[in-house]
Every structure is written in structure tokens, then in C-alpha cells.
Design a protein around this ligand. Structure first.
Ligand SMILES: Nc1ncnc2c1ncn2[C@@H]1O[C@H](COP(=O)(O)OP(=O)(O)OP(=O)(O)O)[C@@H](O)[C@H]1O
Ligand SMILES: [Mg+2]
Length: 243
């Protein structure tokens, strides 16, 4: 199972009828078991890219070969829950075959047990994001796409959910794509770090993150972060990012 991506162009048309480029040079491959993390300035085209990779947008130039038979789990940047369904039903609709114990476990880990019968309109943004995570995990995905899943959560909960994502990723042979603005999350969860330019986004740097995820202790994580900052500071990638 492999993801092969080559997006040479993606444009949007503004309300005034002008076309503008959003993506240009996005070329990479990921194998099963790998986590690709994307970091780039706000508005550069990250969510647009993820929607193309999920197969939700076909209006682009290039070629994307996605894992053929796999199940897709996706956490959009906005939680996108069905407002007329309870928290539990939102998850069950995506994963009708999930067993009771696994569903309870997911709600427990994501601290949603007290909210199972609530409706999306009664949730804070952070709670709604957790429901979106529960829904993505519940489908037992082969291809997992996470668009800033830990935004608007407090530090302690974000750290717990990051561990949960790491456990899920470690326990299944899937391909994971994660967009984050947080270098700490990137280095703790990723195998490859892709730095994107300002719009139109292209890949400025493709940095392997050394050591298997489980072998990265706090000292290693600090060293990897420092080396990434060193590698990007003042190097062409960083200068290009500000062109
Ligand atoms: N449906 C659309 N129609 C027109 N323009 C769009 C559409 N969706 C996104 N854009 C534009 O494309 C560009 C990239 O948007 P996108 O949401 O992909 O950025 P992003 O990198 O995810 O940003 P952020 O970090 O803020 O989430 C922006 O300029 C945005 O205004
Ligand atoms: Mg986005």
C-alpha cells in the first residue's frame, strides 16, 4: 500500500472571476506505516491539498495514486458533524460495525463519555474536534488524514490525544497525513516532515525524522527539533518561504 502524489497545479476562482494558483510543486510518496507531517504558512494550500489527497476534489493538474481498497479516516479542519445527530450517532454512522467496548473506550480516551448523547450544537469547538477524532479512529482507517486535529485543545488534553494518535498509528499499518503548525507535534508523530512554501504551496524541504517514534525520548525530540530549526534557518528553504 503506497501513496504517490504529484500535484503540478491547483487553482481557485475568486468571486470576482480571477483565477489564482494555490498548489504548484507537491511531489512525494509515502508507504504504509509512515506518517507524513506538513507544516506551512496559513493560507498556503494545506487543507486544499488534503482534500485532493482524500479524493474529495478532482479539479487539479497532476496525479494522485491513493491506497486502493483502504478505509479513509479524515478529520477536517472544521469538525463537520451532522447537527441533527447525537455525538454517539455521528460516530456510529461512520462506523456502523464498531463494537460497544471499542466505542466506549474511544469515548473514554477522548474524554467524551459525558457527551455521548449531546448534539453538536451543544459542544465547544474543542469537544467537537474530539468527536471528529473519535469518528476518524472508529472507522479503523488504512489512510488517515488529520487537518490540525489538536488545535483549540488545552495543552494537557492535546498531549494525551497526541499519544492516542501515536498509539493508533503504531498499532495499524496505515498511511497518515498530518497538518500542524506545532513543531513539537510534528516531531513526536511524524516520520517525514514536509515544509511548504507560502501560496502557491510547493514542497521546500522533505526532512526524514530519525529514530522510530517509540524510541524518541525527550532528549532526542529536543535534538531533532533543534536540528530542523538549524536546517531551515537561513537555508534556501527558509529564504524561499519568504519570497
Ligand atoms: N473553495 C475555495 N474557493 C476559492 N478559494 C479557496 C477555496 N478554498 C480555499 N481557497 C483559497 O485557497 C488558499 C489556500 O486555502 P487552504 O484552506 O488550503 O489554506 P491552509 O494552508 O489550509 O490554511 P490554514 O493554515 O489557515 O488552514 C487560500 O487563499 C484560500 O482563500
Ligand atoms: Mg487549513
Amino acid at each position: 500500500m503506497q501513496l504517490d502524489v504529484e500535484i503540478t497545479g491547483k487553482q481557485f476562482e475568486s468571486a470576482a472571476g480571477e483565477r489564482h494558483d494555490v498548489l504548484t510543486g507537491i511531489k512525494f510518496s509515502l508507504r504504509a506505516g509512515e506518517v507524513g507531517v506538513f507544516v506551512g504558512p496559513s493560507g498556503c494550500g494545506k487543507s486544499t491539498m488534503l482534500k485532493i489527497l482524500a479524493g474529495l476534489d478532482h479539479d487539479y493538474r497532476g496525479k494522485v495514486s491513493r491506497p486502493a481498497a483502504g478505509r479513509l479516516g479524515m478529520v477536517f479542519q472544521e469538525p463537520r458533524l451532522l447537527p441533527w445527530r447525537s455525538v454517539e450517532d455521528n460516530v456510529r454512522l461512520a462506523a456502523p460495525d464498531i463494537d460497544r467496548a471499542r466505542l466506549s473506550e474511544l469515548f473514554s480516551v477522548l474524554e467524551l463519555t459525558a457527551h455521548r448523547s449531546h448534539y453538536p450544537g451543544e459542544l465547544s469547538l474543542g469537544l467537537a474536534r474530539r468527536v471528529a477524532l473519535a469518528r476518524a479512529f472508529a472507522v479503523e482507517p488504512d489512510f488517515l488524514i488529520l487537518d490540525e486535529p489538536l488545535a483549540s485543545l488545552d495543552d494537557a488534553l492535546a498531549a494525551r490525544l497526541r499519544e492516542e494518535i501515536a498509539t493508533l498509528v503504531g498499532g495499524r499499518s496505515m498511511i497518515t497525513l498530518l497538518v500542524t503548525h506545532n513543531l513539537d507535534d510534528a516531531v513526536r508523530l511524524g516520520d517525514r516532515l514536509f515544509l511548504l512554501s507560502a501560496r502557491p504551496a510547493r514542497i521546500l524541504a522533505d526532512l526524514p525524522i530519525p529514530l522510530p517514534r517509540g524510541a524518541r525520548g525527550e532528549a532526542e525530540i529536543a535534538a531533532i527539533k533543534a536540528s530542523i530549526v538549524r536546517r531551515t534557518n537561513g537555508e534556501p528553504a527558509e529564504r524561499d518561504a519568504h519570497r
